[in-house]
Design a protein. Structure first.
Length: 246
């Protein structure tokens, strides 16, 4: 018997990856390309973006700061044709003692990621085809009250609520959130430094899956959310069972 060949599930579709020069964004771009999509990579650092584009053989890139609403709006305004999916990995939680933060830093931690989500949803209307999707990245680590997590925890709870409401506001465009635990990315390495190997070993022994979650795991979920048109308004956890044992 001759094995059947599966049709690529994003064939003829366009995927924009905001924050696509490394880590989860880069792996999402790689997987979307494997499913037949045309990919537009964006990032803040032009050199890293060019390197990623060369690695994946991506023809369309754009360098801008995703935390700048004017830059985001200008990028979408310049898109010449409709797109199908937007994956947003830009933005990061703000950790630290909330009572020691400046007012400006606390305000940025509470609003930056939420406003980015709102900006993307606003500019997507009229650019993303019906039943296309917006996929955002969040986290699970700040769900439980802990010292030093007040700002990040508040933003995490608000993000879940915002995603559910935006799914109604921009329908039939679909909106979903991926909430990740620890993911072994360059960002994690930069944050943990010399503690990275210790954290990897700890997770391998602790997690029910017996290994560390990597960017490719999250990318697989992101592309599934693009493909499955029945999914909208929800948060999908991916942490290897970390919440069950910590």
């Amino acid at each position: 018997m001759t094995p059947s060949t599966r049709e690529p599930e994003l064939l003829g579709q366009t995927v924009v990856v905001i924050g696509g020069s490394a880590g989860i964004g880069l792996e999402t771009a790689r997987r979307a390309l494997g499913e037949g999509a045309e990919v537009v990579l964006t990032g803040r650092n032009q050199a890293r973006l060019d390197q990623a584009a060369d690695e994946l053989d991506v023809q369309r890139t754009a360098a801008f700061d995703a935390t700048d609403p004017a830059a985001v709006e200008a990028f979408f305004a310049e898109l010449q044709s409709p797109i199908d999916h937007v994956m947003v990995t830009a933005g990061a939680p703000h950790y630290g003692p909330p009572l020691e933060m400046s007012r400006e830093e606390a305000q940025r931690g509470l609003t930056e990621h939420l406003l980015l989500t709102l900006t993307i949803a606003r500019v997507a209307v009229g650019k993303v085809r019906p039943l296309g999707s917006l996929v955002f990245m969040g986290g699970t680590g700040a769900r439980r009250p802990r010292v030093g997590l007040a700002i990040a925890s508040t933003a995490t709870v608000a993000q879940n609520t915002l995603i559910a409401n935006l799914a109604l506001e921009v329908a039939p465009i679909r909106v979903n959130l991926i909430a990740a635990g620890f993911v072994d990315t360059p960002l994690s390495a930069a944050i943990l430094g010399d503690d990275l190997d210790r954290r990897r070993d700890e997770l391998r022994s602790m997690l029910p899956i017996g290994r560390v979650v990597g960017p490719a795991d999250v990318a697989a979920l992101a592309v599934h959310l693009m493909i499955n048109t029945a999914l909208t308004g929800a948060t999908y956890d991916i942490d290897g069972g970390q919440q069950l044992v910590s």
